[in-house]
Design a protein around this ligand. Structure first.
Ligand code: ZN
Ligand code: ZN
Length: 211
């Protein structure tokens, strides 16, 4: 299995390319900026990408989605809870210095529990709101792409439109702390971590049910 992280945009967002080495099918997760660089890397890896899947709809995660899906002949997947951000993509991108952003058109709406086949790999969708209403975890075996729900040592902000602190704590308790300890977490910003490490050291998780 291929998992590659490309740090893109002035906001240092983690775009991930995942791929199945057997069938050469791949997916792009959270293409926030630098479409050309992501497309080049997909080609270098020899992957055929038909899926662009977003953990959530914030500008720093989705600005390059339209360019990438058109270039690769892929479909864009997003949870409908985050539609409110889509029309603001271009305007917000300018504010954050993200160049070349385009308003994304979503092809497939994600639901909690969806299973998306990428060659012989399966990505399972886990709805985990709080940072945004439509935030989702994308689970690929023992690897979970968690967007801005949780970071190494921290959690996502809840002061943006649609964010809610009580809801994010509920998601962390029910959707992160219930995962096996050895689950690798790949966040939307910063380094990867594991459920075990966050359970023990993340100050925001202390006092939650399963911590
Ligand atoms: Zn976000
Ligand atoms: Zn972000």
């Amino acid at each position: 299995m291929i998992i590659e992280k490309l740090v893109v945009s002035p906001l240092q967002e983690n775009c991930y390319i995942v791929g199945d080495e057997e069938t050469h099918a791949g997916a792009v997760i959270d293409p926030g900026d630098e479409a050309a660089r992501i497309i080049t890397r997909v080609a270098e890896l020899g992957l055929t990408v038909r899926h662009v899947i977003n953990t959530h709809g914030h500008v720093d995660h989705i600005s390059a989605a339209q360019d990438i899906k058109e270039a690769l002949g892929a479909k864009l997947y997003l949870h409908p809870g985050d539609t409110m951000y889509l029309d603001e993509t271009v305007e917000h991108a300018k504010m954050f210095g993200i160049s070349g952003a385009r308003a994304p058109s979503v092809d497939v709406w994600l639901n909690d529990g969806d299973a998306i086949a990428i060659g012989k790999l399966t990505i399972t969708v886990i709805h985990a709101p709080g940072h945004s209403p439509g935030g989702c975890l994308l689970q690929l075996g023992s690897d979970v792409f968690c967007g801005d729900l949780i970071f190494a040592g921290s959690i996502g902000r809840t002061d943006l439109p649609g964010g809610d602190y009580e809801t994010i704590l509920e998601s962390l308790e029910q959707k992160i702390l219930t995962l096996p300890d050895d689950t690798r977490l790949h966040p939307g910003h910063g380094p990867a971590t594991t459920v075990a490490v966050e359970r023990q050291y993340n100050p925001f998780l202390q006092g939650l049910g399963a911590a």
